[in-house]
Design a protein around this ligand. Structure first.
Ligand code: ATP
Length: 315
């Protein structure tokens, strides 16, 4: 039976502004998404019938509720020619960390089934399916750089800008996106940072790191730092250790500390590793070439898969 193996890349939000709440309960967002070279591995293998899933993290749903499973189910409902599929997930993207790990896996399931079953679906069609699954899934289909509006699913590609080296630091706890929005609603939104996506887009177009650092901001830092003030303190400490800028990833709690060069990022990572209880990962922004090489394998399932060794670009 045929099988496909894909990299499912995570993202950060270089800017994340939360605007008003829509009648359907979702917040209107304006965000500049940027894909990162930190990925899960997803394998999809054809089978005679049924849908099964196996993830190497046992605290994740191994069936319904896993976003990759839900994405595959949606495809099977729409396309009866998909007889069956077995999904395997090797997680490298921290869970509930603001890095869109679940959305990335869902996007990989959509892309993978399109290729595995030669459905020939356009990016627009896949984006429409993605929006049914979650706000970040559409971006994760082609996670280079985009302005996200609406719930984050209305995408306009933007210049990916210069290479961004960053160290991701995740404290030992996880945060639920829904809960953070709830806290945001209970606070005075006027006190939060409201970054301007246009300034970021200009900084990216001008390849100007200084302008990019200045334009960074995340409105959700406000509720998260209120609940966990020591996160803000760590942000200041990471700056003292040499970070050019520090930004919370998505709905947190991961902090992204930026460096101008790979060497500087490596030094920063080694300093940050001294912070007890943090998971520290070195990564960089994604390139078009990374995306063009995101399919690791497409062929008969009997071929030995060796995905772990393929994982690079992080510490
Ligand atoms: P975002 O940045 O999009 O808000 P996140 O990084 O904060 O996402 P995820 O890691 O995507 O959060 O996980 C959010 C929830 O989704 C968790 O409750 C997790 O159990 C669930 N989930 C379902 N499928 C997956 C998956 N394949 N990988 C990770 N989490 C998953």
């Amino acid at each position: 039976m045929k099988k496909i193996i894909l990299k499912a890349f995570g993202k950060i939000n270089l800017t994340l502004d939360v605007q008003d709440r829509r009648p359907d309960g979702y917040h209107r967002l304006s965000t500049v998404f940027r894909g990162i070279h930190l990925f899960d591995l997803i394998s999809l293998e054809k089978k005679e019938e049924g849908l099964t899933l196996e993830a190497d993290r046992k605290d994740l749903p191994q069936g319904p509720g896993n976003l990759a499973y839900d994405a595959a189910l949606l495809m099977m409902e729409k396309f009866p020619q998909i007889s069956g599929v077995h999904i395997r997930i090797i997680k490298k993207i921290p869970v509930m960390a603001g890095l869109a790990g679940g959305s990335a896996d869902a996007a990989a399931a959509l892309t993978g089934l399109n290729l595995l079953y030669e459905l020939g679906l356009s990016r627009e069609t896949l984006e429409a399916f993605a929006s049914e699954l979650g706000s970040d899934v559409a971006f994760c289909l082609y996670p280079l750089a985009a302005l996200g509006e609406g719930r984050g699913e209305i995408l306009t590609p933007v210049d990916p800008g210069p290479m961004l080296w960053m160290v991701l630091a995740k404290p030992s706890f996880a945060l639920s996106t829904a809960e953070i929005y709830l806290h945001y609603d209970q606070m005075n939104a006027a006190l939060a940072t409201h970054p301007n996506a246009r300034n970021m887009i200009l900084g990216l177009e001008n390849q100007d790191l200084g302008e990019i650092y200045r334009a960074m901001g995340n409105a959700l830092e406000y509720p998260v730092f209120k609940i966990y003030p020591y996160l803000a303190q760590w942000g200041r400490d990471f700056r003292r250790m040499g970070a050019e800028a520090v930004l919370m990833a998505g709905s947190g709690p991961t902090l992204a500390a930026f460096a101008r060069e790979e060497e500087q990022a490596r030094m920063l990572a080694s300093h940050m590793k001294r912070a007890e209880g943090w998971t520290v990962l070195l990564t960089r922004s994604l390139t078009e070439e990374d995306l063009n090489r995101s399919m690791i394998y497409l062929g008969e399932a009997s071929v030995e898969e060796n995905p772990i060794e393929d994982i690079e670009g992080e510490e």
